[in-house]
Design a protein around this ligand. Structure first.
Ligand code: HEC
Length: 158
């Protein structure tokens, strides 16, 4: 009898959570705490984001639109919802605070150097804005392999 041939998922992209970590440090950590301390920064912490009912971090002042959307849609954060949200937060929710974020006069951002040292392309114009301490920081991650890496990393935050 022939031995069963294992079905390999070789055609799937093999997501890399270390790369995802670098991406998260560069693109998310200015606003979101990634650690288990789960501190509220400019945004709700991402610790245990997978499985979270959206909009439920106590003490974070979510935008009303975000709360309305998640109350109507009823979902939890997992691979598909994160992928859709992170590919284009504006399409997901035009008035969410994440892509229309303005810094308070006291707020500062660090430059995502870690990101520029990778082979990823950085939007220089956006970076310049960011250095000026301004706004519109996260419009989405277009490359699906980068989103896969990022989401793989988000799954480790538990
Ligand atoms: C400019 C600041 C900023 C950046 C950069 C940013 N976010 Fe956010 N994020 C926010 C804010 C603010 C909210 C709350 C949205 C609202 O209230 O409209 C949010 C919400 C979220 C939520 C929903 C959280 C919940 O409790 O339901 C997830 C998931 C998320 N962001 C992931 C990310 C990831 C992953 C990145 C990096 C790729 C990122 N964000 C980059 C500011 C940011």
């Amino acid at each position: 009898m022939a031995a069963a041939i294992p079905i390999l998922s070789a055609c799937w992209y093999d997501a890399d959570s270390d790369r995802g970590h670098a991406i998260a440090e560069a693109l998310c950590a200015n606003c979101h705490d990634l650690s288990s301390a789960a501190t509220i920064k400019h945004a709700p912490p991402l610790w245990k984001i997978v499985g979270r009912v959206p909009g439920t971090v106590k003490g974070f002042d979510y935008s009303q639109d975000f709360l309305t959307l998640v109350a109507t849609k009823k979902f939890v954060w997992q691979e598909e919802s994160l992928d859709f949200f992170l590919s284009n937060p504006n399409q997901f929710l035009p008035d969410n605070k994440m892509s229309k974020f303005e810094l308070s006069s006291t707020g500062t951002y660090t430059t995502p150097e870690t990101y520029s040292t990778t082979d990823r392309k950085l939007n220089k114009a956006k970076l310049a804005l960011l250095k000026l301490g301004h706004y519109e920081l996260f419009h989405g991650l277009q490359a699906s392999d980068e989103r896969d890496d990022l989401i793989e990393f988000l799954y480790t935050l538990r």
